[in-house]
Unconditional design. Structure first.
Length: 117
């Protein structure tokens, strides 16, 4: 039997405390409209290219937030991305490291990364 499991990541679930506030914050930093539906009162699917992101308030607790980045968002210009996030008032927790990436926190304390591709 051939392996039926694809070598792909479908979606990453991010624990958030308030689904509406998280939707608004993530859509703002990604330049997206907030007109998508909140499903079942606790899920918001962020329209992404490639691997998806789902915000989920049902799985949220302080001990479940990402303490290290589980993935990174891509950019073509790390310096522009850093200044953009800084101007948005995002909690940047590192400077640009190795001229390639930086880490930041979402409003719930999840640690995320932006990396130049």
């Amino acid at each position: 039997m051939e392996n039926p499991i694809l070598k792909q990541i479908g979606t990453v679930f991010i624990p958030v405390s308030n689904i509406e506030k998280a939707r608004d914050w993530y859509c703002d930093i990604l330049g997206l409209k907030t007109d998508g539906e909140i499903q079942f009162g606790h899920l918001y699917v962020i329209p992404m290219q490639g691997t998806g992101i789902v915000l989920d308030s049902k799985i949220y607790s302080e001990d479940r937030i990402f303490r290290t980045p589980a993935f990174h968002l891509n950019t073509n210009n790390i310096e522009e991305a850093f200044h953009f996030m800084s101007n948005k008032g995002v909690n940047l927790i590192t400077d640009i490291e190795h001229n390639h990436y930086f880490n930041f926190k979402d409003p719930d304390g999840n640690i995320l990364m932006i990396s130049e591709c």
